[in-house]
Design a protein around this ligand. Sequence first.
Ligand code: FES
Ligand SMILES: [Fe+2]
Length: 376
Amino acid sequence: MTSDGAYADVRPSAPAGTMTLPARYYCDPAVFEREGERIHRAMWNAACPVDDLREPGDYRLVEIAGDCLVVVRGEDGRIRAHHNVCRHRGTRMVEAESGCLPGSIQCPYHAWTYGLDGQLRRAPHMDRVEGFSVEDYPLASAACDEWGGIVFVRVADEGPGLLEQLGPAAPRLEPWGIGDLRSAHTERYDLKANWKLVVQNFSECLHCPVIHPQLQRLSHYLSGENYPVTPGAVGSAMDMADGVETMSTDGRLVGEMLPGLPEAGRRRVGYDILLPNVMLCLHPDYVVRYLMRPLAVDRTTIRCDWLFSEEAVSRHGFDPGRAVVFWHTTNLQDWRVSELAQQGIASSAYRPGPYSNREDQLWQIDQLILERLGEA
Ligand code: FES
Ligand SMILES: [Fe+2]
């Protein structure tokens, strides 16, 4: 804040003359495919909440850059991510999006049967095949790890560890203890917009007074302070107005104040993006978690969970409604402008436009994308 109490409209660090990306980054399926290879397969990708896979056999199908993975909790309690591809003749095996597997994965074609650890257990009619051994045909698997209550998958064989990718975001988010929070409400959204437009929209609040009057009343749109951008995470924090306790329809707390928050965490809202597909809104009493899945160059699905402390969720009569309505309303406003941006960028009249000096983080995100694509 400046000495006169107003928020500055200029970030001195913002580079001059920065422009938005050309249309092909939002509209060209070839660019989307390249992003799949160099971003979504190469990085740790949020697959699903750990809470989706509580019991052995619980699984969820996850689509990452054209590959379908069965993310499943094994008999040993460990979560693994197997490619949904039979080692006999390549058939996709598991069809339902989620469920509980009965201790094994059986191919519906000729009944080759795999353990939840991916090892081939039974291969009918193969016993007389010379040199055949079930040990030689486990399911192909992707790297799997957990952090903050989220299962992450990295399809590429090689790459940095998950904590390395998260970088300083992991210790920054630690006080919210998001791995211990429980979902009180889930919404699923289907957007006709490129996933990067969602990330960019999340990274600036210049649009807040225009499209989010209910948010602007609780938190000044120029109060955002950006964290230094790292290859795996970007984020910022915004002040809540005097007397506002949290972001909700009436500005009053909805859950219990989360223990262990620093003083700043009680007065501000954090907006963190764990690239490429997690977004978090961090409040003093709850966290909104978005898991994005890019399905096509112009199509993205988003699962949104409202996370509260275990005590709050299990309290008799607990109602997350004031937080749910607040962010569901805000989400729909954001998705609308993201879709409008997609439509405009797809026009032959679109040319890259100039970023303001409050949109420096968007430009930095563009640079991260270009670096990953090898086009910086
Ligand atoms: S293709 Fe799976 S058992 Fe034949
Ligand atoms: Fe917004």
